[in-house]
Design a binder for this molecule. Structure first.
Ligand SMILES: Nc1ncnc2c1ncn2[C@@H]1O[C@H](COP(=O)(O)OP(=O)(O)OP(=O)(O)O)[C@@H](O)[C@H]1O
Ligand SMILES: Nc1ncnc2c1ncn2[C@@H]1O[C@H](COP(=O)(O)OP(=O)(O)OP(=O)(O)O)[C@@H](O)[C@H]1O
Lengths: 216, 216
């Protein structure tokens, strides 16, 4: 068996195959573009040029031996859908496929693939960064709760966590403080906050949003 | 002034303009494809079809009044670079541009833009998810430290935080536990861990990796 199969070496597929190989995993790549296959062949376990992604070609290449296959063909929607179905019918346990639109994604999902939307996902993340300038990073825990890294303004400069009664006042627990090159993970009540501190907090999402607005 | 200007309504640009507008921000969009402009015009403040992105056309459209402009032209590298330079020379305070390769990105950076690589970024994130199946999510704090959400195996089932001497043994602080529909943010020493709990931890990245391997 081979851990990962990547079909399609566009910007998404090529980077994916590279990163999986960099992480020490075995990767099999297929593409109809010879120069792309050449570009990556020294970095991956196996790399083949294929003329079409029909079942017999995929079987010959060994796709059915992959634990996870990621179909990274976007623009060519027909090829994306047909290739994905062939891979699923070859019995690969986990099949992930890139989609370039909501309808494209619905078809892929219907036939049994997990769908990723690379351009849209990055746009959503960038829109979040642009509309919430104090929220440096974010981790969703559940519908209600999240962890957020927030850049402090001067509103809390010099105040201590105890003095602010931070948890009671903002409904958030401070997990860590990044101050320049230093990361503080042992949070004590007498700690003084400073402007430009990056503080990681956990709590309800609405509390996080309120806190960001409070700082503005 | 208008908050955001988006030039290029490809998969990335269209989603970005939509998300910014959904977040209640004013958006000006420009593209040479009339049907794309029509598709988005009811969702954004201003939308124009432009024949070429030269300085006078951009000025006529009002790009110089934007606080942030995001140039979302990828495939057409020449248009991406020239448009980005025109926007920068019109004095827009913050200019972000999409790149489809490392060299493309280097040119954009050289002329003064912040660069995003949507397909590559999503590939990096997917590669991380695929090679670290217990790491559900991740937030970088600094070079050394991170917050990670980890799915527990049965190795720690029924054990308490105190009984494990969790912090001492694994070098990690538990921030929150997501168990089914419940999120626990008040972490007490007598809390019993369960298989399939999603626990958010903070600590050194190497400690996080060791803990993931320990669970496997
Ligand atoms: N029928 C096919 N058989 C094999 N390879 C294919 C086929 N169709 C497309 N490819 C390859 O898959 C890769 C990606 O295809 P395509 O350009 O359609 O996707 P994309 O989503 O637009 O790519 P990107 O990730 O660069 O945005 C290309 O390298 C292309 O050569
Ligand atoms: N010179 C130009 N002037 C105006 N609009 C342009 C120009 N060149 C491209 N565009 C528009 O920008 C959008 C994106 O362009 P392009 O397809 O080159 O980028 P892409 O990065 O491949 O897109 P995607 O985000 O879909 O991957 C398209 O809608 C296109 O019509």
């Amino acid at each position: 068996t081979i851990a990962f199969g990547v079909i399609g070496l566009g910007r998404f597929g090529f980077s994916l195959a590279e990163m999986l190989a960099d992480n020490g995993r075995e990767v099999l790549v297929l593409d109809n573009n010879e120069s792309k296959v050449r570009q990556i062949q020294d970095k991956v376990q196996q790399a083949f040029v294929i003329t079409q992604p029909d079942k017999s070609t995929l079987e010959e290449a060994g796709i059915q031996n992959c634990g996870t296959v990621i179909v990274c063909i976007g623009e060519h929607v027909e090829a994306s859908i047909l290739t994905t179905l062939n891979v699923i019918e070859l019995g690969v346990p986990r099949v992930i496929a890139k989609a370039i639109s909501a309808e494209h994604g619905r078809v892929l999902q219907k036939i049994g693939a997990e769908v990723v939307y690379p351009e849209r996902d990055r746009a959503v993340r960038l829109a979040n960064t642009l509309t919430r300038p104090r929220a440096m990073d974010y981790l969703d825990l559940s519908d209600q709760y999240a962890i957020s890294e927030i850049r402090l303004s001067n509103r809390l400069h010099g105040k201590t966590i105890l003095g602010l009664e931070f948890r009671k006042r903002f409904g958030l627990n401070i997990i860590a403080i990044v101050r320049g090159n230093e990361t503080i993970v042992e949070i004590t009540p007498d700690l003084q906050l400073k402007t430009e501190d990056l503080i990681a907090v956990v709590g309800k999402k609405e509390s996080i949003l309120k806190f960001e607005r409070y700082l503005a």
